[in-house]
Write a protein that binds this ligand. Structure first.
Ligand code: FES
Length: 270
């Protein structure tokens, strides 16, 4: 069992949680994830590691309260224990000197791009982060992201902060204006990553997305997380979770995302 050091609601429905996990903190790299089981009756939830502190032996992650298991996780507080906390899993981001890198984060993905921003800047890249939400009050970690990046561009659906629209609108606008972006990483909901892939495909900019399919074991044994990339079946947990956005079969990804919607609603009601 893993002890919770702190659990804070950042904005409605989005929480950050820091746990004591020295072994994971020692090995974690940007882009890797953990599988969290809040209690013995909960599902296994794959969550991107947002930050870690090797000295303190702590790991921080950001999660959205969306189903019954994440609701259970959101009910836990300092001193409580999560039933299981496994990681670091998956491959880390490639951290090279690309030139100008755009990091796109939406929803839990704002936390997901934070460690990449720090690491890619350290490698000498110019880091432009795009942070998107429906409204200004749903944006979080602005200070942290601004400190880790050369520039942060905000997009909100209601126009209350930054550009009115989505991150992909903002990115498309910048690319149309001729801004040179050499490499893009997007972390967030499936639809956002799909739209980013659509835009960057037009401008032919290499784009990596962090896939978030249903996972069970997280170690390549169950096949639950399979996706099709470049006509080949891949397991997001061990082959990814990062893939070339322009080679993903998005139709399959979208249909598999909806597979357990009904059960999820029933579970939450119960
Ligand atoms: Fe089981 Fe990836 S979660 S193979």
């Amino acid at each position: 069992m893993t002890e919770i050091i702190e659990r804070i609601q950042l904005v409605p429905n989005i929480h950050t949680c820091t746990v004591k996990a020295p072994e994971i903190a020692r090995k974690a790299l940007p882009g890797q994830f953990v599988i969290v089981i809040p209690d013995e009756y909960s599902e296994r939830i794959p969550i991107t590691i947002a930050d870690w502190d090797k000295k303190a032996g702590t790991v921080t992650f950001v999660f959205v309260e969306i189903g019954s298991s994440t609701q259970r996780l959101a009910e836990l507080n300092t001193g409580d224990k999560v039933y299981s906390f496994t990681g670091p899993l998956g491959k880390p981001f490639e951290l090279n000197k690309f030139g100008t890198v755009a990091l796109i984060g939406g929803c839990y993905g704002i936390g997901g791009i934070y460690s990449a921003a720090k690491a890619l800047k350290k490698k000498g890249n110019k880091v432009i982060s795009y942070s998107e939400a429906r409204s200004k009050f749903l944006l979080y970690w602005n200070d942290k992201l601004e400190e880790a990046s050369d520039e942060v561009r905000y997009a909100t659906t209601d126009g209350s902060e930054g550009m009115k629209g989505h991150a992909w609108d903002s990115l498309r606008h910048n690319l149309e204006e001729g801004e040179k972006i050499d490499y893009i990483i997007a972390v967030g909901c499936t639809f956002m990553m799909y739209k980013i892939a659509e835009v960057t495909g037009i401008f032919n900019v290499p784009t990596i997305v962090s896939m978030n399919p249903v996972m069970i074991d997280g170690t390549g044994m169950c096949g639950a997380c399979r996706i099709v990339v470049d006509d080949q079946t891949k397991f997001a947990c061990v082959d990814g979770p990062h893939f070339d956005a322009h080679k993903i079969d998005w139709d399959i990804v979208m249909s598999r995302r909806k597979a357990y919607f009904e059960e999820e609603i029933i579970s939450k009601e119960r």
